[in-house]
Design a protein around this ligand. Sequence first.
Ligand code: NAD
Ligand code: TDX
Length: 379
Amino acid sequence: MKNILVTGGAGFIGSAFARYMTARYPNYNIIVLDKLTYAGNVDNLLPISDEPNYRFERGDIADRTAITRVFQAHDIDTVVNFAAESHVDRSILDADAFIHTDVVGVYILLDEAKKHGVDRFLHVSTDEVYGDVHEGYSVETDPFAPNSPYAASKAGGELMVRSYHVTHGMNTVVTRGSNTFGPYQYPEKLLPFFITEAIDDKNLPLYGDGLQVRDWLYVEDHVTGIDTALHKGVAGEAYNIAGEDNRYNIEVAKAMLALLGKPESLLKHVPDREGHDRRYAMNCDKLRALGWQRAHSFDTGIQLTVDWYRQNEWWWRKIKTGEYLEYYKRQYAARLAARGAFPQLRVGVITAFFPSDCPYALAGQNYGYGCSTMRGAII
Ligand code: NAD
Ligand code: TDX
């Protein structure tokens, strides 16, 4: 392992991996290839721009000519693929780019890697391929049941990776990470979106009842998990990387608001995401057996994350213009207009229920309907 191609390395997790790898392995050359979509940002790579073992190439993983040239120019022997369209809500609005990159792009990258004879191909996947996990914890042999176009595109790409291992004997490894958070995350995902909006005292649109569960993984732990799988993973295998810190969305939002010193009244329950998975949860004993363990809990990670966004307004304020504002309008304007404040008694269709044991229903609020088994409902 010497010349490592990090595709999608200008994004959130890919750039954290590039920053970590250049410092951790001075003998490796880290070549970042990125299309620089709306989510790709060369600012994320500024901390390593002068490192002698780092190079940047702009390109699309679905562009065979560009990929061949980069493989040859840098004599690539290892690929770590982060490149993806990664936001569930955007995949609901329009899935074209998801199929282009997460399925076709992965296939072309794999095919070129095979032709070039790379020694190792690590593909970064997600817990979302398992779908909604009502109880228990997903293990690597569980069947796929993706529910959003994003999750389905990631499952499709992953299956191509599997086929190149089984059919062509390629040395592949897959990682499936859980919800990742930390510095340099594009402010469309829950935490950076809510933190940057809350700093400006804006309303925070919480989908449905806010009782969806996600497993929160600090970005540096995701990166060390990938490093472990890259160096120690068995060819053809997949490894879950879990934060093992399962939280309700509303709990995450309230923890963030407390750290910022902002009121919980900023939270507005809005109509739910279509096809919204209720819970993700993974077991990561398989990766732990290779020697990995997380260094951060949700509590330490969220403090670092909130501090970073507070101290780096130069990074996110320039993102929240232009295309970002167009997206914000498409995604949130109608939702927020439908609910100017926390729901009062309204006439309409019930979209979510608070169970009687829900710890987050607010005392004294009128939730519209109640019965012996429900404390309230969002209408
Ligand atoms: P991101 O959206 O921040 O970054 C994606 C990067 O890929 C961007 O820099 C973008 O410009 C680049 N890209 C997109 N299409 C490309 C193409 N066709 N060719 C080359 N580059 C292209 O995403 P992220 O959150 O850093 O996620 C990275 C990977 O990790 C993705 O594969 C994602 O599915 C996976 N993942 C993310 C999470 C999470 O919580 N963020 C969790 C588990 C897995
Ligand atoms: O405005 C919002 N309001 C809200 O309630 C947003 C953006 C999100 N949410 C909810 C939806 C989810 O239950 O918060 C939760 C987290 O949402 P996202 O940040 O969009 O992440 P999620 O859909 O869980 O997917 C993430 O984890 C798996 C990443 O975006 C994926 O790339 C990764 O594969």
